[in-house]
Design a protein around this ligand. Structure first.
Ligand code: S3P
Length: 758
């Protein structure tokens, strides 16, 4: 679009209307901008400030010939305003508004706009500031703010598109919602807090000696009541126009307040801690959502039914890693806690009797999804604070029915293990995930659970058996003897967790060794588990006892640095306190077969898991045929191993790794696409890949653009590739790095990688 509009009419030239005029003007989006309004003085100010070209008190004159009309008057004045401007509206004009209640405004438009009503696009810019009036107009007010559009079935989609583009071009992010949903959500998140702030200050002010009370009121009171300084007339309108939703939100809150009061009265510590820890985590999620980390961004999209209009640079919502070629790595890099162990620490801690303390917990979004799920199941969990978590176990029978579907974000481990655990509960539940998780196969877990007597259904989506997963509770489970068709620790663990609730023995036999954290940790919680070759057996009906857990650093995260220091000449890195459980060390074995120089120092035990410090020095690598028995032991490390292979001398060949196709992305195809984009000779097999390496002393990659497909390990692998590239590598869609490795970019840059996040 060039100049988007011929003539824009702003009806109501206050902060909201004036700021849109300023923003359109600053960006040259309208040939002319006029305003309509009651106050001649305001219109004169608008002219003097250069915001508008003309001002009219007659609204029909103001809108005459306009191709876009923006109505920014108080909600209670909408109906009269629509009626006054209707005679001047041109055919084809698009009309939108800025009212903070939508149901009432839509009713007014239906009644007053006649045939124009199909081109009325209800809207609500979520922006403002303490000051009001045209003098406070600000061309940047809408930048990086949300605008909610609430088109109705009768709204012309072409008109909605015009309004969406207009807001996008002034820098806003546009979401769409149903009008009733908008009014309910705003009642809960905006109108109720204002009501509470007004009411609290008024209640205290009416007390005998309010001056004394306010004299001692500290920062908390000031923060809580800031919005009690808002415009009473405007808020009167909002409470009146959104009456029903405000009443419903107030009742909801009154019930919550009564529960809190009861807990205080009864001295019920668990209930008190429960409310406050849940509130802490919900607020953290909300803050992260505003900072647009991936899990929460997607969560918000789900909750708000947005159609995700991303604007401008990919930036915060979807960070890009920009990595300059070359560099050496040196020093120490302490990578975050193990993801698999972090998940299990919450699960078993929740089911144990007593309080489990965890240190080194991974504060990544996958493990946080598990943590949140157990809060939703009624478990009190304190933290995480700097990797420390305290879980108030409820015992095997103590979980409570969730009040909403359980959202697992990007995390396959959460969903699969929880399917097993939830199959044995007395209540129903639904498990959902983000776009990537919603494409991943869940029947591999559902099938054996059905054999145990569980009622589990997956969603067909092309015969893949994907999330949402629905579980009907109250089924009596019985133990099974199950031969795993795929070497999967997630499936094994799910069956064992269901086995805790099953009558008799549950035995799982695996075709090849997979990570055994579940078995080790069950034993650590005092639950009897027999291991006999490839089989694991347990009996239902036992008890888990709370314990202390020290989560080692994740070898899957360390793997990026093991490869990076190996391929970058002159590097030496120390990776402290890394878990070296033998079911996880395939990456060290494969790299050593390729010629890597990795030493395992200071081996010790951390609560049943072996740990060590890993020292890695750069070394010339050679291509190998990767032994198939190592595949399950390095299943998450292949993306970065492919980067190592591209630097090695000769060919590396992988077979027997079809499981890589059902990870967070199809890791064989997505890695091959990236390698080819960076000039590497690679050939894809159904179950693996062949990669021809460049050899020591040669650049292995050209510069280029990489699509990570939202897969954390793809993004981090290609960041390391830059160490041996001839040009800049830009990796798109890196938000999900936070699922397993929060702080990756900072840690890698500190070690020497020339990475910036754009
Ligand atoms: C995991 C098992 C593996 C792995 C995943 C974590 C676990 O999946 O890829 O990142 O914690 O049990 P599969 O068991 O499906 O191979």
């Amino acid at each position: 679009m060039s100049s988007a509009f011929r003539k824009v009419a702003i009806i109501g030239l206050g902060l909201i209307g004036g700021s849109l005029a300023a923003a359109l003007r600053a960006r040259g989006l309208a040939d002319s901008i006029v305003a309509g309004g009651r106050s001649a003085r305001t219109l004169e100010r608008g002219l003097a400030l250069g915001l508008i070209d003309a001002g009219y008190q007659d609204l029909a004159k103001a809108v005459d010939g306009a191709d876009l009309v923006f109505v920014a008057v108080p909600v209670s004045a909408m109906a009269d305003t629509f009626a006054a401007m209707a005679p001047g509206l041109a055919p084809g004009v698009v009309i939108t508004d800025g009212g903070s209640v939508k149901g009432a405004v839509i009713d007014a438009a239906r009644a007053q706009l006649g045939a124009h009503r199909s081109r009325f696009v209800p809207g609500h810019p979520i922006a403002g500031k303490e000051k009001s009036g045209v003098d406070a107009a600000d061309a940047a007010l809408y930048e990086r703010h949300r605008v909610i559009l609430t088109p109705t079935p009768e709204t012309d989609p072409a008109a909605t598109l015009v309004v969406r583009q207009m807001w996008t071009r002034v820098g806003a992010e546009v979401l769409t919602m149903r009008p009733d949903e908008h009014d309910r959500v705003l009642a809960e998140t905006s109108h109720l807090p204002h009501l509470l702030a007004f009411s609290l200050v008024d209640t205290l002010a009416r007390q005998g000696d309010s001056t004394e009370i306010f004299r001692y009121a500290a920062g908390g009171f000031r923060d809580f009541t800031r919005i009690a300084s808002s415009d009473p007339v405007m808020w009167h309108d909002i409470f009146t126009e959104n009456r029903d939703a405000v009443l419903a939100a107030t009742d909801l809150f009154a019930a919550g307040l009564a529960r809190f009061r009861d807990a205080v009265a009864a001295g019920d510590s668990d209930a008190l801690l429960g409310v406050m820890t849940r509130a802490n985590s919900a607020r953290a999620r909300f803050l992260a959502m505003n900072a647009r980390t991936s899990y929460t961004h997607i969560y918000a999209e789900q909750a708000m039914n947005t159609d995700s209009q991303r604007t401008g640079s990919e930036n915060a919502a979807n960070p890009v890693f920009v990595v300059q070629p070359g560099a050496q790595l040196s020093g120490q890099a302490r990578v975050p806690g193990d993801k698999s162990i972090s998940h299990r620490s919450i699960m078993l801690g929740a089911l144990a009797e007593g309080v489990t303390e965890v240190e080194g917990f991974l504060e990544g979004e996958d493990a946080l999804a598990t943590l949140q799920t157990f809060r939703d199941l009624g478990v009190v969990i304190e933290g995480p604070h700097a990797g420390r978590v305290r879980i108030h176990g409820v015992g095997l029978q103590g979980l409570q029915a969730p009040s909403r579907s359980l959202y697992m974000g990007n995390s396959g481990t959460s969903m699969r293990l929880l399917m097993g655990l939830l199959a044995g509960q007395p209540f129903d539940c639904e498990l959902t995930g983000d776009a990537s998780l919603s494409q991943r196969p869940m029947e591999r877990v559902a099938r054996p659970l059905r054999d145990m007597g569980a009622a589990v259904s997956t969603t067909d989506s092309g015969g893949k058996g994907t999330p949402p997963v629905r579980i009907r509770g109250g089924k009596a489970l019985k133990g099974i003897d199950y031969d795993l068709p795929v070497a999967s620790a997630q499936v094994k663990s799910a069956i064992l967790l269901a086995g805790l609730y099953a009558e008799g023995e549950t035995r799982v036999t695996e075709p090849a060794p997979t990570r055994d954290h579940t078995e080790r940790m069950l034993a650590g919680f005092g639950y009897a588990v027999q291991r006999d070759g490839a089989s694991v057996t347990l009996s239902g009906g036992g008890t888990l006892r709370a314990c202390h857990l020290d989560v080692p650093a994740d070898i899957s995260s360390a793997a990026f640095f093991l490869v990076a220091a190996s391929i970058a000449p002159g590097s030496e890195l120390l990776l402290p306190h890394v878990g070296i459980n033998p079911t996880r060390t395939g990456v060290i074995d494969i790299l050593r077969l390729m010629g890597a120089d990795i030493t395992v120092e200071n081996e010790r035990d951390a609560g049943g898991e072996p740990v060590a410090d890993l020292r890695v020095r750069s070394a010339p690598l050679k291509g190998i045929v990767i032994p198939e028995h190592l595949v399950p032991l390095a299943i998450d490390e292949f993306p970065v191993l492919f980067v190592a292979a591209a630097c090695a001398d000769g060919e590396t060949i992988l077979h027997g790794a079809e499981e890589l196709r059902v990870k967070e992305s199809d890791r064989i195809q997505v890695m091959a696409d990236g390698l080819l984009a960076l000039g590497v000779d690679a050939e894809v097999y159904p179950d693996g890949i062949r990669i021809r390496g460049a050899g020591q002393g040669n650049a292995a990659f050209t510069g280029g653009e990489i699509q990570s497909h939202g897969d954390h390990r793809i993004a981090m692998s290609f960041a390391m590739a830059a160490l041996r590239a001839s040009g800049e590598i830009r990796i798109h869609d890196c938000a999900n790095v936070a699922t397993s490795f929060p702080g990756f970019a900072e840690l890698a840059a500190r070690a020497g990688l020339q990475l910036v996040v754009a």
